[in-house]
Design a protein around this ligand. Structure first.
Ligand code: ZN
Length: 141
């Protein structure tokens, strides 16, 4: 058998705890089922150096044919994840601001002087700059 430390994958699969995509060149982990993967044609031993590398995720590819579609999808996935994270952060900040406004409204309506730290005031101000609905509507009062 070849002594190359690399495999090229013909299938999308999980291998040694990593997600491997089609056409990816990866280091073999000398697992017990390596031979089965070879026999089934899921992977081949890869000789030499992979010619293409994805700058986004660091994967290596044996050919342009697999690299090109991967790079288009990889960038999009990354953008989607970042947008998703930003939306999630925003939602958390919004929830914090709404909780704060509810507390302040409750304190005010009980006749107490609402106590708001400068950080809390900034949180609410940022919320009100992002949203145009009245405070009572935002907190469901
Ligand atoms: Zn990638």
């Amino acid at each position: 058998m070849s002594t190359s430390p690399l495999f090229v994958s013909h299938k999308e699969m999980d291998y040694a705890g990593k997600h491997i995509v089609r056409g990816e060149v990866f280091t073999r982990a000398h697992l017990r089922n390596d031979k089965a993967l070879l026999d089934l044609g899921y992977v081949d031993v890869f000789e030499g150096e992979p010619s293409h590398h994805c700058a986004q995720c660091g994967r290596s590819f044996a050919s342009e044919a697999h690299y090109a579609p991967h790079v288009r999808g990889c960038g999009k996935t990354q953008e989607r994840q970042e947008a998703e994270r930003a939306r999630h952060d925003q939602a958390q900040q919004d929830n914090a601001a709404r909780d704060l406004m509810r507390r302040v409204l409750a304190e005010a309506s009980s006749g107490a002087e609402p106590r708001v730290t400068p950080e809390e005031a900034a949180t609410v101000t940022a919320y009100l700059e992002r949203h145009t609905e009245p405070v009572a509507e935002a907190v469901g009062a």
